[in-house]
Structure formats: C-alpha cells, structure tokens
Design a protein around this ligand. Sequence first.
Ligand code: V47
Ligand code: SF4
Length: 350
Amino acid sequence: MPAGTLDAIAAKVGAGRRLDRDDGIRLYEEADLAGIRRLADEAAERKNGKTVTYVVNRHINYSNLCILSCFFCAFSKKRGEAGAYELSLDEIRERAREAAAAGATEIHLVGGLHPDLPYEYYPELLRMLSREFPGLALKAFTAVELDHFARLRGVPVAEVIRELREAGLAFVPGGGAEVLSDRVWKKLFRGKIPPRRWLEIHREIHRAGLRSNATLLFGHIETVEEKVDHLLRIRALQDETGGFVSFIPLRFHPQNTVLAHLPLAGRDAVLREIAVARLLLDNVRHVKAYWVMTGLETARLALTGGADDLDGTVVEERITHMAGAETPEHLTEAEIRDLIRGEGKIPRRR
Ligand code: V47
Ligand code: SF4
C-alpha cells in the first residue's frame, strides 16, 4: 500500500467528509484489509453503536420458473426442466404458518419471472398472507419482478407498487441490481431490466412511502471501477430519497451457472466488499452480512469490519444453494445471537 493512502482516507472519514470515486478505487486496490476493516468498524459503530440486528424470518422462493436466463443464475428453470418447481398457494400458506408458529416476524418472498401466472395472482397472494398472518411483515418482489408485473398489468410500475402496498407489501428486497453497469448488464443479464430502470423503480418504491434494500452481486466479471460506480449510484439515489435501509453485498456462487469456470471469491474479498460499502455509503444506515452467501465464518468476521446486520433465520433458501452454497439454510435465533455476542457486539432482533 502506498504510504498515506489509508491515512488520507481515514482523515476524511474522521472529519465527516464524503469519500469520492478515487478514494473508492484506492480502498479496493491499495488499502490494506486490516486497516479498512478497522475504519469500517468505527464507521458502523458511529451509526449503530455495537448493536447488530437480525430478524426471525423465513425466505420463500415461490417458484423458480423464469422467462429469463441470466448467466449468473443457477436458480431459474424452464417448465418441464428437471428441478423446476412452483409452490401452490397451500404450500406457501403452510410455510407461512410454520414461520408464524416459529415466532417469525417477516416473510421474504421472491421468485423468478413466472411465464404465465396472471398479474392478479401477486396481490391476491399478499392479501391472503396479510389476512391470515397479520404478525408477518411481507418483504416481497424485487424491482425485476415489479417491472414484470407492470408489463403484465399494462400500467406504470408506480401503480403496481401502490396496489401491492395496499395488498400488504411492507418492504422491497434489494435483489436484481447485480452490477449497475451497462457493460455488465449487456454481458450477463441483458434480458433483465437495465441499471437505470432498477434505480427508477427503487425511486418509485420510495416515493410510494415504502422502503427497500440495495445489493451488489460481486465476484464475476465486474471491475473495481464498476463496483465503485455502483455504490455511488446507490448513494446518489439515497441522497434524493432516503429510502434504502440496508446495503447487501452478494457473493457470486458460480456452480451450475454459465460462469461455472469462475472461482468463488475468497474470504478477504468478501470482507473488503463489506468494508468498502460501509465507508462509501455514508448515507445508508445498515450494511448486511448475508451469511447464506458470505459463509458463516466470514459473516462473523464481517461484524467487526463494517456489517451491522445478519439478515435472519432464513430456514429455506434456493437461489444460492442451487449455485453450490455450502452454508446451512437455517440458523436458530440462539445461534445468531451467540455469533453476534462472540464478536463483542450486542444482538438486537428487529
Ligand atoms: O437478485 C442470483 C442474486 C439475488 C446468484 O434485500 C446470486 O434483504 C449469488 O437479493 N450467486 C437475490 N447470488 C437475493 C437477494 C437478497 C438476499 C437476502 C436479503 C436481501 C434483502 C436480498 O441473488 C438476485 C441476484 O442478484 N443471485 N444468482 C448466484 N449464483
Ligand atoms: Fe430469472 Fe432472476 Fe435468475 Fe435472472 S436472476 S434468470 S431474472 S430468476
């Protein structure tokens, strides 16, 4: 590391000055990991003290049928293909019932872009869940699904967001952003909404009074500059709306994807993503170590390097596990609390 790189950045952070694009690039390319983890931990503690949050939740991936074929995806299947599945309404209800009985307060519900379910299915699903399980907050449908619904319905996405909110939608997850870069979009996920549209939909979500998360899918073909620009685009939208609650770096899992030849990003690369995100996104309250994707040991270390949230108990997860994840699908609340306490932080259920 050239002498002074981290010192200059530390001085800026200490003075409450915003980091710029060059600082971001240096954090990725030059700064030593231990040093930026320390800075990121201080930044996280200034925002949230020693508190690390988690939620007792259940992820439900209602179907993996999808009209698209993103190159990084091992989850999506076409109808009739081995491994394709669709949960019936009864199966979704049963999973929600189990979640409620286990004390969950949130359902995280996402799926592929289904080839033939009608638009009405989605608000009906939310209405059924909110009517039968009023104690479960419904975090559902990425910007990509919302765009798909707006096309099905033939109305602007803002109208779909309003209808789903009335049907019980409480929060929008951060998936589908991938890398907000036209180059990566063209190469890996061209059929899906482009970066500008992802941002526009989150702007509409925030305008509708809902809040959302943002993600970055890293560890494939993206460059450092593209990652920094991604973070700065999220930061700019957050300046405008204030509607993002958490930022979640997602570690790309290559198995069973078109990019299966790529290696899985290692522990230090994951820790660096979390620390850089914490330092650049000075206006986003939380940075999440999504243990399903980071791995448990790395998630634990991330709690002293910029992360202050662990997602939740999860229970069942397909997107990462179809792509070779070796993490469990379920952590108990006690395991999550122990993990947090083990790092000298204070667990708080949200
Ligand atoms: O949008 C797809 C990504 C996302 C792979 O908002 C992959 O709290 C890794 O967004 N390897 C869905 N990632 C997951 C997601 C999420 C998860 C947890 C919490 C929240 C939140 C959001 O997973 C997709 C896509 O970006 N993804 N394939 C893969 N092979
Ligand atoms: Fe479909 Fe999402 Fe997979 Fe792309 S990432 S193929 S939109 S399920």
